[in-house]
Write a protein that binds this ligand. Structure first.
Ligand code: SF4
Ligand code: SF4
Length: 165
């Protein structure tokens, strides 16, 4: 039974130490095997989570942007790309990102520009990548996204991980 966004939130604090041990447990398995399990659990769990009742990613994160996506978003806002960039985009030393939090395009838990949303949004929570067990973002996303939370919790069962009594 998957946990909803509301059910997941109060459990997070109690998972900190357990997850430290689980990260160590993951060292016993080949990266390819972990990827296979995560990809397959993602396929199974994603359809069971209703993103339109969550929107945690649109509320708590700042999506990365490519230059062409800035042009698209500026066009939607009917302003010049340079103006959009000055007002709504920041650079963290590596990448450009949309700095409005919650996202300026979020409307009642739904993306108002769904068909034109940036790739970083469309691909979130990025559970289909390779070498998932080495990705630090997996653990930051665990605290934000119920899909990631449920996939990791299911992975613990699949890998016979036990913690506590
Ligand atoms: S552009 Fe849409 S999907 Fe992306 S963060 Fe904003 S509201 Fe969410
Ligand atoms: S992708 Fe994850 S964080 Fe974003 S709305 Fe869906 S369940 Fe929530």
């Amino acid at each position: 039974m998957v946990k909803s966004p509301e059910e997941m939130q109060p459990l997070l604090a109690s998972k900190n130490i357990e997850n430290m041990f689980f990260k160590k447990h993951l060292r016993n398995f080949k990266s390819e095997l972990i990827d296979q399990s995560i990809h397959s659990l993602n396929q199974h769990i994603s359809p069971q989570i209703d993103c339109t009742t969550c929107a945690n990613c649109c509320t708590k994160l700042e999506p990365g942007l490519e230059e062409n996506e800035i042009v698209t978003l500026a066009h939607i806002k009917q302003i010049e790309p340079i103006t959009f960039k000055q007002q709504f985009v920041a650079f963290d030393g590596e990448a450009l990102f949309l700095k409005t939090k919650p996202c300026m395009f979020l409307n009642s838990c739904k993306c108002s520009i769904y068909d034109s949303r940036p790739n970083a949004c469309a691909g979130y929570p990025h559970l289909d990548a390779k070498d998932m067990k080495y990705k630090r973002s997996l653990w930051s996303n665990y605290t934000v996204c119920p899909i990631v939370f449920n996939v990791i919790e299911a992975l613990k069962l699949e890998l016979n991980f036990t913690y506590g009594s």
